[in-house]
Write a protein that binds this ligand. Structure first.
Ligand code: KIV
Length: 286
């Protein structure tokens, strides 16, 4: 009899230790089933607040409530066993004060079982990042294009394409690293700036639209699968699942309308119907 050793989950310090090494691989996951598929292939799964737009049809991530993040976060933890699960703190759940951030981040950790939280903001979040990490909550930061600030930025705008913007963003990276973040997402950022930050910052940078210069990469799963109606320039569609779903649904609708589905192999016969019993090899019930 072989006894399988339980797989040890990747933890925040394992990600921090990967600075400058083999690229860190990550994707978003919002539910248990996809988490199970992605788990063996990634270092961390992000339960991103992008789920508000991708799954729930909001125009931005701003309306996403904390309870929704907790529900999806717990599902992703249940569906995975080896990758670190990071859950996004949604807009309004952490910015007001380090105390509020701690209370809500502690809820996220307790109720989902995740290994870390992510929050948006650089210098302005330094005190909060320090407060959380000092109290046992690993924090991934997120700078550059921060979607929760879409109304202040006036849209989803790439950052750092003018050199005049660089100093503030570099300072963001310095402050959150010094405050104790174990890694930082760089979103929507000019390659030259991402490269400078990756070189100077002691924690791993995880790029999304921030070039190959980063220590790791993340994409929104639905974007890279070809399930999103529009994707930004930085997304590579590794599959066309949207087309596959549409084809399957069309075949299903045709079969139902032509009474080809369900066929006899998808149908439960009476127990004493001998002719049906011999056909049931593919069935899970009888
Ligand atoms: O919410 C999200 O999916 C994210 C990624 C884009 C990094 O924050």
């Amino acid at each position: 009899m072989s006894i399988q050793k339980p797989v040890k989950r990747i933890a925040a310090p394992d990600i921090a230790a990967r600075k400058g090494g083999e690229p860190i691989v990550s994707l978003t996951a919002y539910h248990a089933h996809t988490a199970r598929i992605l788990d063996p292939h990634v270092d961390f799964l992000l339960v991103g607040d992008s789920l508000g737009m991708v799954m729930h049809g909001f125009e931005s991530t701003v309306p996403v409530p904390l309870d929704l993040m907790i529900m999806h976060g717990a599902a992703v933890v249940r569906g995975s066993s080896q990758s670190l699960v990071v859950v996004d703190m949604p807009f309004g759940s952490y910015e007001e004060s380090p105390n509020l951030a701690f209370r809500n981040a502690a809820r996220v950790m307790k109720e989902t079982g995740c290994g870390a939280v992510k929050l948006e903001g650089g210098s302005r979040m330094g005190e909060t990042v320090h407060y959380l990490t000092e109290r046992g909550i690993p924090v991934m930061a997120h700078i550059g294009l921060t979607p929760q600030s879409v109304h202040v930025m006036g849209g989803f705008k790439t950052q750092g394409r003018e050199r005049a913007e660089w100093a503030a963003i570099e300072e963001d990276a310095r402050v959150i690293a010094e405050a104790g973040a174990f890694s930082v997402v760089l979103e929507g950022m000019a390659e030259l700036l991402a490269a400078r930050i990756t070189r100077s910052c002691p924690i791993p940078t995880i790029g999304i639209g921030a070039s190959v210069e980063c220590d790791g990469q993340i994409l929104v799963l639905e974007d890279m699968l070809g399930l999103s109606p529009r994707v930004p320039k930085f997304v590579k569609e590794f599959a066309q699942i949207g087309d596959a779903i549409e084809g399957a649904v069309r075949s299903y609708a045709d079969d139902v309308r032509a009474r080809r589905f369900p066929a006899s192999e998808h149908t439960y016969a009476m127990k004493d119907d001998k002719s049906a019993a011999t056909k049931k090899t593919k069935m899970t019930g009888s």
